[in-house]
Design a protein. Structure first.
Length: 550
């Protein structure tokens, strides 16, 4: 039971009773105390570790919404608009115009050895090309008229395929499936919106899922997390019940001594659009908790209730979308959602609800209110995830009901200009990700990346919430800015709170797990626009050092 004392230029604890120090004493993976060397040396003989003497230690970042298998998609051709970091520290270059997109896909197609394999690429979003017609099968037919092509959009809610993919899977204009994009003549244009339509292109979607379902994908995600200072990640779309072999994979990966990440998995009870016996599934989820260990937890369930704003498939309250076609899809029947939610609430399972649109958020709030009237639970911490367009009235009601918000702050940067100019218009764009309003109304909140929709990185999600700046230099919602301290709390203690884990992680204090992020500069004192550029040495997980890739 040896003791290690880590020395730092400064330790920021996020514990209001003991906010800072210069040393952290650790034994058996837990914090003994934080303070000066004199204050922490009374626990007995210790080894002084000065590796971080010139660094800043903060609690390990807690990513509140990501997809731990998403790193596997980076093994596929990447055609996203923005550059994307890889696990080894390299960067995949972004694609800024349609000509480069077609050239990149042609190069990827030429590199395929199997003439029958589909070409599958990831990261594209047509909303970045407002001066171009929306991408259709005819654009992709320029790459190949014989090889099926599947282009997985950045949001994960849409795909675009070529004519060969439609033909290969018998996807025709006569299919009565919601989400099939059509041109002015009613012919299929190759856009597939939401899982029921995307799943028709089985070979393409299967390739994405296979890339994500490998051990290497999970190891790569762990490396990305370590590089970003993240020590705990919420996997907010687990399939351990639907695909049991993924549970075994997750257990094997998280049990490896070199894996630098805790995983908190929220499983989806059924593929959106599919039926299930949710009473039985709730019992399975409770049983699943018996298989938890130090690095793998199963505290709850996630429901996906709508699509994405930039994909025009989220449900918006009046006055609806500013420009563009409304393809909003509710992925449940309103009265049915009560029956879905009830068994998990009664089983004491924390519920996270994907709501990009505020009309969908109304359904989530109303349903939680109904289950709480039936079965009061004073500490449920049910969470609306994304919650991007939360109104002031919704936040007030969420506070009364004990609901948490998990804001997708990265949208302020990656799609802020598009929301201002195209999807929701100036007024609602200024109210996106309303962190300051949540603070004022008393709604506990976190901020997240939804990796791999956007790159993993808590410093970046903090930066977005603090500065609220867009690539064109707009400030979206000056009055919704929060301080660096409030943003740091959102990616540490508050994120842990949503998962019912704030007694274990989220701050550095006696008795909690010794999980740190090790930074080159102090995020509370640097110029706010430099927060996302702070270098990350790596992490400490249960007292063990994990250095970032160069």
């Amino acid at each position: 039971m040896s003791i290690t004392v880590f020395q730092a230029r400064k330790v920021i604890t996020m514990n209001p009773a003991n906010p800072q120090g210069t040393h952290v004493a650790v034994r058996d993976g837990f914090v003994l105390g934080v303070g000066s060397l004199e204050e922490v040396s009374g626990w007995g003989p210790f080894e002084l570790d000065t590796t971080f003497a010139d660094h800043i230690i903060v609690p390990g970042f807690v990513e509140a919404h990501a997809h731990i298998n998403a790193a596997g998609m980076m093994t596929l051709p990447y055609v996203g608009y923005y550059d994307r970091p890889r696990a080894d520290g390299s960067v995949a270059a972004g694609v800024g115009d349609y000509d480069t997109l077609i050239e990149s896909l042609r190069a990827a197609e030429a590199a395929l050895e199997d003439p029958n394999a589909p070409l599958v690429a990831v990261g594209f979003d047509p909303i970045y090309f407002p001066d171009q017609p929306r991408l259709t099968r005819h654009h992709l037919d320029q790459v190949s008229t014989t090889r099926p092509i599947y282009l997985h959009h950045a949001s994960g809610h849409l795909a675009t395929v070529n004519t060969a993919m439609l033909t290969h899977h018998g996807i025709s204009r006569d299919l009565a499936v919601e989400g099939l994009g059509r041109d002015d003549h009613g012919e299929l244009d190759g856009e597939l919106r939401e899982p029921p339509a995307m799943g028709l292109a089985r070979s393409g979607l299967r390739t994405v899922m296979f890339a994500n379902g490998t051990e290497q994908a999970h190891l790569d995600f762990g490396a990305l997390a370590r590089n970003a200072g993240i020590t705990t990640c919420t996997d907010l779309a687990g399939s351990s019940i639907i695909v049991p072999k993924l549970l075994t994979l997750m257990q094997n990966v998280t049990s490896r001594p070199d894996f630098p990440l805790r995983v908190v998995q929220y499983n989806i009870p059924a593929i959106p659009g599919a039926a299930a016996d949710f009473d039985a599934v709730a019992r399975e989820f409770v049983e699943l908790r018996s298989q938890e260990n130090e690095r793998l937890r199963f505290p709850g369930v996630k429901f996906v209730l709508d699509g994405s704003i930039q994909g025009f498939s989220a449900l918006l309250k009046s006055p609806g979308y500013y420009r563009g076609d409304d393809h909003g899809q509710l992925l449940t029947v309103p009265d049915q959602f009560l029956d879905w939610l009830r068994p998990f609430h009664r089983a004491g399972l924390n519920v996270h609800m994907h709501c990009n649109g505020n009309l969908t958020q109304d359904l989530a709030i109303e349903t939680v209110e109904r289950v709480l009237r039936e079965d009061p639970w004073l500490d449920h911490r049910h969470t609306i995830t994304h919650a991007q367009l939360s109104t002031q009235a919704q936040l007030r009601k969420m506070a009364k009901l004990g609901l948490c918000a998990n804001f997708f702050s990265n949208h302020l940067w990656y799609w802020g200009d598009q929301h201002y100019e195209t999807t929701v218009g100036p007024e609602r764009a200024h109210g996106l990700e309303p962190c300051a309003s949540a603070l004022r109304e008393g709604v506990p909140f976190s901020v997240h990346s939804d990796a791999g929709v956007t790159p993993l990185g808590s410093l970046h999600t903090m930066w977005c919430a603090v500065n609220r700046v867009t690539p064109k230099g707009r400030i979206l919602g000056e009055t919704e800015k929060i301080s660096a301290y409030e943003a740091l709390r959102a990616v540490t203690n508050s994120a842990a709170y949503q998962m019912h884990l704030d007694h274990e992680i989220g701050s550095l204090e006696a008795g909690k797990r010794a999980d740190f992020a090790v930074l080159g500069e102090n995020p509370l004192t640097v110029e706010p626009m430099r927060i996302r550029d702070i270098p990350v040495w790596g992490t400490v997980l249960s007292g063990v050092k994990h250095q970032a890739s160069v």
